[in-house]
Design a protein around this ligand. Structure first.
Ligand code: ASP
Length: 464
């Protein structure tokens, strides 16, 4: 049939493209479709609504498919990672390096945010608190005052498990019930249990120790293999996730009153992603940042589409091992920990958001208080989960301790939420990229030779 073959061959050509091109094309098509659906006449039509609902359904299924791998993947990779370190000294050394890298990069990220928000001052207009944004804060406060039941923002519901203070964030680190921790997505608790489990395995000898090692190793391989299968559907999943985001956010929100704030966050994230982390890769990791960026393309696109470091973890691990050539030993220890503990983009964002809010309310925050915000951002970024909008919970915690005069935290959150999704997508990319740089740098410091050398580490069997 003439006319049929060309489109069929176009489809075939699409599937022959490398995965990251497929995802990128899906992302672009979804942006166009999403913006079109944002137009009321299209979005509210019967077919528009059906299309949106279908996208929401498929997006949720794709996110669930990624998430279903997380718990077994985290447990198996941390256990094998630690057990593979052989001795307790090896574990101590690797642990110290990993935590130092995470603390250092998060701190640098926050300081970049602090500098940019203080120089550009997105909350001010002509040197005065921006009246348009202030009005947004006030009208949200009135709205929420009329509907007190809505006071708990949807973000808080989504991302918190009742965390109200910094201590609450860390309280579940030692879980009373590890199955419950896994079921409720309390990653810090799960990581802690896995570390204890792996460390205990170092002391085990004999046949049962070998059985355990082989079991967790096989489980880990299996989870990565499942991830590879899930990622075959990534173009469709990404398309489905992005369409509603673009339709709901709308270009007018981005290019409206909050545009300066939006740009400031992106600028600070960009400095960290394209300047600081590449410098660290070059100096500490002695690798070409460009090649590492290329190796991480698929993971970065997945992070951008899902807004979740945890959901992206399986893909990040696969890219770091398969493409950057970091050993499984290092990757298994550094990345699962990083997906929860190391959130450079999140920490930076928290700091910018809190100081921006103070600027809008006309409160000139003293330097000492700004440094208290830096400290809180560092702590909360360690504790929050790698899920969409998790930062907003951390910001709420900082708001409560920052005592900004005239602040209605719920109203401020509601305003920040207006542009949050796209910023969330961007900071998640920074979060996972920083984790991956940590794996490269720590792998290098452990004397690994295969990193970005063309020989691809200990590559997994290609089962798909
Ligand atoms: N969505 C981010 C992540 O998963 C967390 C956040 O900043 O909200 O890494």
């Amino acid at each position: 049939m003439p006319g049929f073959n060309p489109s069929f061959s176009t489809q075939m050509r699409f599937f022959k493209l490398k995965p990251h091109w497929q995802i990128l094309i899906a992302l672009l098509c979804a942006s166009v479709a999403g913006v079109a659906l944002g137009n009321e006449s299209i979005g509210q039509s019967g077919i528009g609504r059906f299309f949106m609902e279908s996208c929401r359904f498929l997006g949720t299924v794709f996110m669930n498919a990624l998430k279903m791998v997380i718990v077994p993947l985290i447990v198996s990779s941390i256990v094998t990672g630690i057990a593979g370190l052989g001795k307790m000294e090896g574990f101590g050394r690797m642990g110290l390096k990993t935590l130092s890298y995470y603390a250092l990069t998060s701190l640098i990220a926050i300081l970049i945010g602090l500098a940019v928000v203080n120089v550009v001052k997105p909350g001010l207009k002509d040197g005065q608190p921006n009246p348009d944004i202030k009005r947004m804060f006030d009208s949200k406060a009135v709205e929420l005052g009329e509907n007190p039941n809505e006071k708990v923002s949807s973000a808080e519901e989504k991302a918190s498990s009742g965390s109200k203070t910094v201590l609450d964030v860390f309280k579940n680190m030692v879980p009373a019930n590890v199955i419950k921790a896994a079921a409720e997505g309390q990653m810090l608790g799960l990581i802690f249990f896995s570390i204890v489990f792996g460390a205990a395995m170092i002391h085990m000898t004999g046949e049962s120790a070998d059985v355990m090692r082989h079991f967790f190793q096989a489980l880990n391989d299996l989870m990565i293999t499942i991830t590879r299968g899930v990622m075959l559907f990534a173009p469709l999943g990404v398309f489905a996730l992005i369409v509603p985001v673009m339709a709901e956010t709308g270009l007018s929100t981005l290019f409206g009153t909050l545009m300066k704030y939006f740009v400031v966050v992106l600028l600070a994230l960009g400095i960290h992603l394209f300047v600081v982390l590449p410098i660290m890769l070059k100096t500490l990791g002695r690798v070409s940042p460009w090649r590492h960026f290329k190796a991480m393309k698929e993971a970065m696109l997945t992070a951008f589409s899902t807004s979740s470091s945890s959901a992206t973890l399986p893909v990040t691990m696969r890219c770091v091992i398969d493409n950057s050539g970091v050993s499984r030993r290092t990757t298994s220890f550094v990345l699962p920990l990083g997906a929860t503990v190391n959130m450079d983009g999140t920490a930076l964002y928290e700091c910018v958001a809190v100081i921006f809010t103070a600027q809008v309310l006309g409160y000139e925050m003293p330097l000492t208080q700004q440094f208290a915000v830096v400290f809180m951002a560092l702590l909360t970024s360690i504790g929050v989960a790698g899920v969409p909008s998790a930062s907003l919970v951390a910001i709420l915690i900082i708001f409560k301790s920052a005592h900004i005069p005239g602040l209605d935290p719920a109203a401020a959150m509601a305003v920040l939420l207006a542009v949050d999704r796209l910023l969330d997508m961007s900071r998640t990319v920074v979060n996972i990229f920083s984790d991956s740089c940590g794996a490269v740098i720590i792998g290098r410091s452990e004397g690994e030779k295969g990193i970005l050398q063309g020989n691809r580490g200990d590559v997994f069997e290609q089962s798909f």
